[in-house]
Write a protein that binds this ligand. Structure first.
Ligand code: NDP
Ligand code: OXD
Length: 308
């Protein structure tokens, strides 16, 4: 089988070497060396080339190198072309670490203590037990569920929100627009791990913030276009929100002098919450390619009607 990789060249070279050793029947071409375009069955990319189907008329699968597929213009892709996103243990673990760091940091008031440190102020505030801190995770998929398992192990009072009903041990589950208000009302720390879709674009806005308990905190590790920057700034300035940990923005990178850079209540990271890990991802990729070859459903298949 011939497959083409078009993304970070260093990772591509590693994957090429690994596949040559573990799956010699699979030939991985590294963009821009595309081999015979008629022979390419699978494209692995962050961004596919523009004339995708014209260039690769026998393409059977498009794989995203990342956990999301929102960077693809799905409307421009043939409806019958399966689009598959990356699900692999290294990426999941990275997000569990990031969400845990952020929630623990907010729970233990670290944004405030960093501010105090800069002011050379030695001032202790009372510490709340984890069991009295209500954490709400938006998105109960691969990443949201894994993050909640870890958060629950600290004893946080955990809830989650999804599009369709879900059941998770030790987590109060809410779903759909009708239950969003109740979910928000009990979330002292709100974590967003939603995919970017027409429904989630702009969801983290003034109206949503106003439904959180006063002084709540936000962790945004989904996609930048879900968050209204101005509404977040207003909510922080009014005290409706107390702090925010922001990993994704729109645009990325943030322009110079953007208020997020220096805001005392914002911790900003440059879209590093989690990354595809070369070694674990190539093993997951091979397993998924084998599924494809056996005619089995691939892991991470995007439902084109839902958009994720
Ligand atoms: P999944 O597809 O596994 O899960 C998505 C979850 O979101 C599901 O529970 C789904 O509900 C829920 N959801 C989708 N739309 C809505 C909606 N309109 N209302 C309520 N819930 C909704 O995705 P992953 O967990 O693997 O990844 C989530 C996202 O995390 C990615 O799409 C990406 O945007 C982001 N990400 C960010 C990274 C970073 O470094 N910052 C790295 C990796 C991913 P249901 O269960 O009903 O289907
Ligand atoms: C991803 C990401 O989707 O890096 O993998 O955000």
């Amino acid at each position: 089988m011939q497959i083409l990789y078009k993304s970070d060249p260093q990772r591509g070279a590693l994957w090429q070497q690994w596949l040559a050793q573990h799956a010699p029947d699979i030939q991985l071409h590294l963009w821009p060396e595309i081999g015979d375009p008629q022979e390419i069955e699978v494209l692995i990319a962050w961004q596919p080339p523009e004339t995708l189907m014209e260039t690769f008329p026998n393409l059977k699968v498009l794989l995203s190198v990342g956990a999301g597929a929102d960077q693809f213009d799905l409307a421009a892709l043939p409806l019958d072309l399966p689009v598959v996103r990356m699900i692999e243990p290294g990426l999941t673990q990275g997000m569990v670490e990031y969400v845990t760091f952020a929630v623990l940091g907010l729970h233990r008031d670290m944004v405030r203590y960093l501010r105090q440190q800069r002011e050379e102020k030695w001032l202790a505030h009372s510490v709340k037990p984890a069991a009295t801190r209500r954490v709400g995770v938006m998105g109960l998929g691969e990443l949201g569920q894994a993050a909640l398992r870890q958060l629950a192990s600290f004893g946080f009072d955990c809830a989650g929100w999804s599009r369709t009903p879900r059941e998770l041990d030790g987590v109060e589950c809410f779903h759909g627009a009708a239950q969003l208000g109740a979910f928000l009302a009990r979330s002292d720390i709100l974590v967003c791990l939603l995919p970017l879709t027409a429904e989630t674009r702009g969801l983290l806005n003034r109206d949503l913030f106003s439904q959180l308990p006063r002084g709540a905190a936000l962790v945004q590790a989904g996609r930048g276009a879900q968050l209204s920057h101005q509404d977040l700034l207003d909510a922080l300035d009014s005290g409706q929100l107390g702090a925010a940990v922001i990993d994704v923005t729109d645009p990325e990178p943030l322009p110079p002098a953007h208020p997020f850079w220096r805001h005392p209540a914002i911790w900003l990271t440059p879209h590093i919450a989690s990354q595809t890990q070369n070694e674990s991802a190539v093993a997951a990729l091979l397993e998924n390619l084998r599924r494809y070859q056996r005619g089995e459903p691939m892991v991470g298949l995007i439902d084109r009607t839902r958009g994720y």
